[in-house]
Write a protein that binds this ligand. Structure first.
Ligand code: PLP
Length: 359
């Protein structure tokens, strides 16, 4: 079997050990003669998986008891609407810091439901940097402050969290959760789709401070109601059992790599390797302000865009897949999530050197 190095932004690569375990257990989970996909979500075996996976995630991120952990569906995009519905009253404002494509999407969805205040928008900085804190304009009586920890398209990452304490901090961590330790207690709510660092698409993790559940309006639709979902242990209706199972294996894998701290050390090394090479080269460039460069997504351009097509073709022939940048940004992008081994990044740098030499 020939595995390639997959640099896609999401769905992204999964740890080989996780895929192999899932393969081995596919038709007979726990040696019981049925697949996890075929087992009842309310049966003792899946219930145990659900409880254990929550505990594992709590351990990995040091999530305090005063936070509920929900396993939902609908991806991050459904959270864009679910958050204002749950955390803001009808007519109450919501504050959004926009530092890229996903923050803009989240704010546009919120604007359909609640009065929106854009605290600052980095568009004039081409989303290559974060607007200065002293230029942010906060809303009055906002229900919460939302930002995107890692803008997947632009390769811009905000860490540590912004200095905001006037309202609960709400964060889209879709492309950064589990890549490093985070100060959970700084947040009111954290959410992440799975298909970058947590598992396959289909399960969405929400970590929410329990006191905020008191805010949830009674008329919030059931399947979107954080309070009801928390009360039901994420079993209000049939959860996405297979993606949840895959996420449970990924949590174990992350723990075996040294947890969030171990991942952070590895991710820093991988990102530095790539940025150092790009910065030293006249042929490649990354345009993101070095203060805000992402460990997870590294966009880069070639000095001559005419070479883009052959770069992509040749890299794919070398087993380096998914390097095309998002159409909104152009150029290339290497997504180097947790499951990308260091040797994958080394192989990419080796190819980039070789391509430059030949060009
Ligand atoms: C930061 C961020 N937020 C939100 C999304 C949207 O996630 P989904 O497709 O699960 O709705 C993505 C997907 O790439 C993302 O990277």
């Amino acid at each position: 079997m020939n595995r390639i190095f997959n640099f896609s932004a999401g769905p992204a690569n999964l740890p080989l050990a996780v895929l192999e375990q899932a393969r081995d257990e596919l038709t007979s989970w726990q040696g019981r003669g049925l697949s996890v996909m075929e087992d009842s979500h309310r049966g003792p075996h899946f219930m145990e998986l659900a409880e254990q996976s929550e505990e594992d995630l709590r351990d990995l991120l040091a999530i305090p008891d005063r936070y509920a952990v929900l396993f939902m569906q609908g991806g991050a995009t459904l959270q864009f609407a679910t958050i204002p519905m749950n955390l803001a009253r009808e007519g109450q404002g919501v504050d959004y810091l926009v530092t890229g494509h996903w923050g803009r999407k989240a704010s546009a969805e919120a604007a359909k439901l609640r009065p929106l205040q854009i605290v600052a928008d980095g568009e004039e900085l081409q989303y290559r940097s974060v607007p200065a804190r002293n230029r942010w304009v906060e809303g009055k009586d906002a229900a919460y402050f939302h930002y995107t920890a890692n803008e997947t398209l632009h390769g811009l990452e905000i860490d540590p969290p912004p200095d905001v304490d006037y309202v609960p901090l709400v964060c889209d961590m879709s492309s950064t959760l589990l890549s490093r330790p985070i100060p959970v207690e700084r947040f009111g709510l954290i959410y992440a789709c799975a298909q970058k660092n947590l598992g396959p698409a289909g399960v969405t993790v929400v970590i929410v401070r329990r006191d905020l559940l008191e805010r949830v309006p009674a008329d919030t639709p059931l399947a979107l109601n954080y309070r009801k979902i928390a009360d039901a242990g994420s079993m209000l209706n049939t959860p996405a059992t297979f993606p949840w199972y895959m996420a449970s294996l990924v949590f174990r894998w992350v723990a075996a790599q040294g947890g969030a701290t171990g991942m952070a050390e590895r991710n820093r090394r991988k990102a530095n390797l790539l940025y150092d090479y790009i910065d030293a080269s006249d042929f490649y460039a990354n345009h993101v302000d070095p203060n805000w460069r992402s460990w997870m997504n590294v966009p880069f351009t070639l000095a001559d865009p005419e070479l883009n097509a052959s770069f992509l073709e040749d890299s794919e022939a070398e087993g380096l897949y998914g390097l095309k940048g998002h159409r909104a940004v152009g150029g290339m992008r290497a997504s180097i999530y947790n499951a990308m081994p260091e040797k994958g990044v080394k192989a990419l740098v080796g190819f980039m050197e070789e391509f430059e030499r030949r060009a």
